[in-house]
Write a protein that binds this ligand. Structure first.
Ligand SMILES: [Zn+2]
Ligand SMILES: [Zn+2]
Length: 311
């Protein structure tokens, strides 16, 4: 079958690969749409968290042999470790993730543990189904921050994760949402999706700030713009340096939380949000154009916000 494969640092190629091995309690999903994630664009620069050769793709939906349409929670938890038993499957000590630790969905077919399947409601488009996974990340961010209805919310970065965080905060009853990004077209998109203020940087004082970028400057702004007692949630993975005034955390009781993935309850909530979500920032491409679009996104040469590969 055809697949987009991470073959060596900085390189993806469309190749003919073997059919997936289907393990016990697993099924084959015929992929209909699979989103390219920002974490993949940065993640393949070195062979670290992801080891080539690898078929990536963890944001996807497709069809089972019996015709049922499904999306998939790509976090394979063990269900037995102390963290799983505490209801933290995203932190499972034996966690593996489809498209990272085992083959993912940039392919015609992918093998999936049966218990990770979620049947799609009728009428949910493939585009929306493939965006459930990023939406679930945003539901988790909102939940970690205490679902602060009425809050003044700032979002740093208007890429896919920034935009879904905006969507979830708006639906969650945020009082005012400001979105910062350096790209004017992305700010225009945030405004279209209901941001109250947009600009190259956040202004004023905010109750909650999401860092959906993850570089030193956004780490710093996510803390400095918070009110005393406010909460920053870091989800962006672009860099690993944090340069901020750490005494502020103490004297002003600011909080910084890391956010990784989601649990199954949040995944299901994201499915219901996806059923009536406007997605003008999502575009589909045939799988055989996968290497071109992936590479353009990787070098920032494309203005597409979220690209889906459609085998
Ligand atoms: Zn992702
Ligand atoms: Zn576990």
């Amino acid at each position: 079958m055809q697949a987009l494969v991470f073959t060596r640092p900085g390189v993806v190629e469309v190749l003919d690969v073997d059919e997936p091995e289907v393990g016990e309690d697993e099924v084959l999903v015929g992929v209909a749409a699979s989103g390219i994630c920002g974490s993949e664009l940065h993640g393949i620069q070195t062979a670290g968290f992801r080891q080539p050769p690898l078929v990536m793709g963890h944001e996807f939906a497709g069809t089972l042999a019996d015709g049922r349409r499904v999306t998939v929670n790509p976090i394979v938890d063990c269900g037995a470790c102390d963290l799983c038993r505490q209801g933290l499957p995203q932190l499972c000590r034996r966690r593996s993730i489809l498209g990272i630790h085992r083959p993912g969905a940039f392919a015609e077919r992918v093998a999936v543990p049966r218990r990770l399947l979620h049947e799609l409601p009728d009428g949910l488009s493939w585009e929306a189904a493939a965006v459930v996974e990023p939406l679930a990340n945003a539901v988790h961010v909102w939940t970690l921050a205490g679902r602060p209805a009425g809050a003044r919310v700032g979002v740093l970065g208007a890429g896919p994760i920034g935009l879904v965080c905006l969507e979830v905060a708006r639906r969650g009853g945020a009082g005012h949402i400001a979105v910062a990004d350096l790209a004017p077209d992305r700010l225009a998109m945030a405004e279209r999706l209901g941001a109250d203020a947009v600009g190259p940087a956040l202004d004023g004082e905010l109750d909650m700030i999401v860092d959906a970028v993850g570089v030193a400057a956004t780490h710093r702004d996510s803390v400095s713009r918070l009110r005393p007692g406010g909460t920053a949630v870091w989800i962006g993975l672009m860099g690993d340096d944090a340069d901020f005034e750490s005494t502020e955390l103490i004297r002003q009781e600011k909080r910084v939380l890391g956010s990784f993935a989601y649990n199954d309850v949040e995944f299901v909530e994201a499915m219901s949000i996806a059923t009536d979500c406007e997605l003008p920032w999502v575009r589909s491409f045939p799988l055989d154009e996968g290497a071109e679009i992936f590479t353009e996104l990787m070098y920032g040469r494309s203005d597409v916000v979220k690209a889906l590969l459609r085998p």
